[in-house]
Design a protein around this ligand. Structure first.
Ligand code: KIV
Ligand code: ZN
Length: 389
């Protein structure tokens, strides 16, 4: 353990904006309000509630989330033009703590879309960040596709945005292209190079196209970022965004090498994960870290035996810390006698050694035929051994 002081990392949740952009993940108005309330209650620092100019529905949702917000900063997204920014402000201004998040793609590929050269884009950034800052004290600016933007140009536009009044600079890895060492390095070098960088917060926003979003976000924190942008269950376009539950639990579990704190009440993770899966229609994969059905489940005899003796043998987190009632010992063909005895005890069934021996044989026969043996199957076996015996 290190006795370095823990630094606070802000958690910025974009389930309702980047997450909802996943094809097919559209949520109803009532569902968005419910998820926003759960995020606020679990201690998320900033909720990106939507993209107000995108539709009348998005505007209404952001406005109502802003009106109902309790602790969290409520943020809306806006492209780099006054119409988007004004519409965003109209929606978020109802929050106790509003934020405008404005962005533009700065990499060569993204600059080609609005057909702006470097100078024209720099001017647009200066004007739009100034415009946003005249409306709101809390302005976030993002150079979209930052990780594929030329280094000199990235420094130049970040400096312009800071001078124009941005209070948070977000560095998006829009296409999930970066690797952890680059992610840390990029933030570290920006902080060391850009004038004024030490007066604002740097954020990291990673996509998971190569499965590195969580590692890249944590590396960015090591490089000096103090805001992680993420979504529940990693919901998001293509392979998704950084998963909130993964970064939060990694920081909590590995405080020895990642000495940073968040304000998240981790016991609320499981409930919100299930609600987001249900309302978005995106089920969570069984072996998903932290929130998957199997994340705290054990079937093999050796693992179950170890778990029964000392949970730390095969678990690095306590299930109750993420809001699960208990570890799940899945009864199947790999389970051993110790697990069967523990399961019977859980079910309130007392058996002697001979009956356990008999039950174990029948249980193995059944488990060979069935993928998973449920509590009812075990109770039926108990009845059978009692009647037959
Ligand atoms: O991935 C991205 O670049 C974004 C921006 C709008 C921040 O979501
Ligand atoms: Zn994104």
């Amino acid at each position: 353990m290190t006795d370095r002081p823990k630094d606070r990392v802000l958690i910025f949740d974009t389930t309702l904006r980047d997450g909802e952009q996943s094809p097919g993940a559209t949520m109803t108005h009532a569902e968005k309000l419910e998820i926003a309330e759960l995020l606020d209650d679990m201690g998320v620092d900033i909720i990106e509630a939507g993209f107000p100019v995108a539709s009348e529905g998005d505007f209404r949702a952001v406005k109502e989330i802003a009106e109902r917000s309790k602790q969290a900063v409520i943020c809306g997204l806006a492209r780099a033009n006054p119409t988007d920014i004004d519409r965003c402000w109209e929606a978020v201004k109802h929050a106790e703590r509003p934020r405008i998040h404005t962005f533009i793609g700065t990499s060569p590929l993204h600059r080609a879309i609005p057909n702006l050269d470097k100078d024209q884009m720099a001017e647009r950034i200066e004007q739009t960040v100034t415009h946003a800052r005249n409306l709101c004290d809390n302005v976030q600016w993002s150079p979209m596709d930052a990780t594929r933007t030329e280094w000199d140009y990235l420094c130049r536009v970040v400096e312009i945005a800071i001078k124009a009044g941005a209070t948070t600079i977000n560095i998006p890895d829009t296409v999930g292209y970066t690797a952890p060492n680059e992610s840390a390095d990029l933030i570290r070098r920006l902080i060391a190079t850009v004038p004024g960088a030490d007066e604002i917060v740097f954020a990291t926003h990673c996509h998971n196209d190569l499965g590195m979003a969580t590692a890249n976000s944590l590396a960015a924190v090591e490089g000096g970022a103090r805001q992680i942008e993420c979504t529940i269950n990693g919901l998001g376009e293509r392979a998704g965004n950084t998963a909130l539950e993964e970064v939060v639990m990694a920081l909590r579990t590995r405080g020895d090498i990642l000495p940073y704190e968040t304000g998240i009440d981790t016991r609320k993770i499981m409930h919100i994960s299930r609600r987001v899966a249900t309302v978005s229609g995106f089920p969570v994969q069984f072996n998903k870290a932290i929130v998957g059905k199997n994340a705290f489940a054990h079937e093999s005899g050796i693992h179950q035996d170890g778990m029964l003796k000392n949970a730390e043998t095969f678990e690095i987190m306590r299930p109750e810390d993420v809001g699960l009632a208990a570890t799940n010992l899945v009864m199947g063909k790999h389970s051993g006698r110790a697990a069967l005895r523990a399961k019977l005890k859980d079910l309130g069934v007392e058996v002697g050694d001979n009956q356990l021996k008999d039950l174990f044989v029948r249980f193995k026969e059944l488990a060979d035929r069935k993928k998973e043996v449920y509590d009812e199957d075990i109770l039926a076996l108990v009845t059978a051994t009692t009647t037959d015996g």
